[in-house]
Design a protein around this ligand. Structure first.
Ligand code: GDP
Ligand code: MG
Length: 268
């Protein structure tokens, strides 16, 4: 039987130190792990799902329902939505933190991370609200977090990336190459928003940017020698709503990218 529930993290040792050593270690895992044995309910590792959401009323309910089976709490960061996202999220049992103004994905996930830190969670699972991330893959990500500080679900380790528009693939490849070169790590999908973090390590890499959050935090983690893993996760393109990527984001890429990279390399 496939194990259901975040308690499988309970076998992680809470005293497991985050080794801050130079030269990040990346273990890439292809395929899916099926967990076979549930662990004792008495173990106390706590996991929170952080779901950034901007006008996702058509999908947020099912994403929460699917996700809540695998975590102790679901937090939806409503990023200034103008539709019923927040109300639907509450109806489905999520704790909702509302931004009065829209900040962008980076601002939304940062609010979620701060919630996790403040409430002493051990792990954060980050899931998009648009239905792109299959909650049934959460145990796979958590399983790999046993030996990692950050686990990234990668579309590039399977064929789902082939469905993305060329311009989007070029953007992801560009960002990933920058982080690979500057961070000395061997990853394939730095912009993926389907991730798990060990909170004790996440505390050190809280990003500042509201745009290229993934580039900033992953590069920072690599520079600090945090353990970063990638796992193959299928990620279809979204059916509903609008992606954060637009012509504006494309035109502003070079400026924002330079800003992000200099900030990490020079000031952190
Ligand atoms: N488009 C957009 N999404 C946001 C914003 N703030 C939070 N989000 C949420 O952040 C997540 C990732 O955004 P998305 O557009 O799906 O990015 P993509 O998966 O990289 O195309 C989704 O759950 C959004 O609802 C925002 O300002 N714009
Ligand atoms: Mg998405």
């Amino acid at each position: 039987m496939l194990f259901i529930g975040s308690r499988h993290c309970g076998r992680f040792s809470l005293s497991c130190p985050v080794e801050a050593k130079r030269g990040a270690r990346v273990k890439r895992v292809h395929g899916t792990t099926i967990l076979s044995s549930p662990l004792a309910a008495s173990e106390t590792v706590r996991t929170v799902a952080v779901i950034p959401a901007y006008n996702e009323s058509s999908t947020i309910g099912s994403v929460i329902d699917g996700t809540s089976r695998y975590v102790d709490e679901v937090v939806v960061v409503d990023d200034g939505s103008t539709d019923d996202t927040a109300a639907i999220a509450r109806e489905h049992g999520a704790h909702v933190v509302t931004h009065v103004f829209n900040t962008g994905v980076g601002g939304a996930v940062r609010t979620g991370y701060q919630y996790a830190i403040r409430h002493d969670f051990d792990f954060v699972v980050q899931v998009d609200a648009d239905g792109q991330h299959d909650p049934e893959k959460i145990p796979t990500l958590l399983d790999h977090a046993e030996d990692a500080d950050m686990v990234i679900g990668s579309r590039y380790l399977n064929e789902s990336i082939d469905d993305y528009p060329l311009i989007r693939r070029l953007g992801i490849t560009f960002f990933t190459t920058v982080v690979r070169k500057l961070g000395g790590i061997d990853i394939t999908d730095v912009t993926s928003g389907f991730r798990v973090y060990r909170v004790s390590a996440l505390k050190d890499i809280l990003h500042r940017s509201d745009n290229h959050w993934a580039v900033e935090q992953t590069l920072d983690a690599a520079q600090r020698g945090q353990r970063i893993e990638e796992v193959s996760i299928e990620m279809p393109i979204r059916d509903e709503g609008e992606s954060q990527f637009s012509l504006d984001t494309l035109v502003l890429y070079p400026i924002r990218m330079t800003d992000t990279v200099f900030r990490v390399l020079l000031f952190r």
